[in-house]
Write a protein that binds this ligand. Structure first.
Ligand code: ADP
Length: 166
């Protein structure tokens, strides 16, 4: 039987992308032939980076991974996944709270679009890493350098400086 070519989408807001997300991408690359990191609207009031900025910074980070590409999308995630011919969705799990939320999301996505979700467990050291908390801690002057790729951390510091001076 011919080997199946599996294209997957890793959707999220990635505001900003963290070491936890990168960990999920590295695990995903081992499972799929092609992986698209799909950057959605953040939908939060305290957005740190625009969608275009998030796409650019992620592209830089995955430049050396030929199976990985980065795109932005505006529509429903499952519609986007279908539009690029993806048959699977990749999501990361940190804890039981994620499991509850992601389980419901995955069941809904399968019911409405027939798409399967593949979960990977994060590395232990990233179990507490969340973009939302990173934005909050960074705004209050906390050091989030350990949780972010270096280039992203530099951009976060720069953005917070710009925001303070405007
Ligand atoms: P959302 O926009 O749905 O809140 P995010 O953009 O924060 O999601 O993250 C996208 C995906 O990455 C989700 O599946 C989320 O569970 C996962 N994720 C976020 N942070 C981590 C982490 N530290 N380790 C593993 N998975 C993570």
């Amino acid at each position: 039987m011919a080997k199946k070519f599996v294209k997957a989408v890793f959707p999220g807001s990635f505001d900003p992308i963290t070491n936890g997300h990168i960990d999920v991408v590295k695990r995903g690359v081992k499972l799929f032939d092609e992986l698209i990191i799909a950057v959605g609207k953040s939908g939060v009031k305290d957005e740190l980076f625009t969608q275009a900025e998030r796409v650019e910074m992620i592209k830089e980070l995955v430049a050396d991974m030929p199976e990985v590409s980065v795109q932005s999308y505006e529509c429903l995630t499952v519609e986007y996944a279908a539009s690029v011919g993806a048959t699977a969705m990749l999501r990361g799990l940190r804890n039981l709270t994620d499991v509850h939320y992601e389980f419901q999301l995955a069941m809904t996505n399968r019911a409405v679009a027939g798409i399967e979700t593949i979960f990977v467990m994060t590395s232990e050291q990233y179990g507490f890493t969340s973009s939302t908390l990173i934005r909050e801690v960074a705004k209050l002057g906390g050091n989030v350098g350990e949780l972010l790729p270096e280039s992203v951390y530099e951009k976060v510091k720069q953005r917070l400086c710009e925001n303070h001076s405007s």
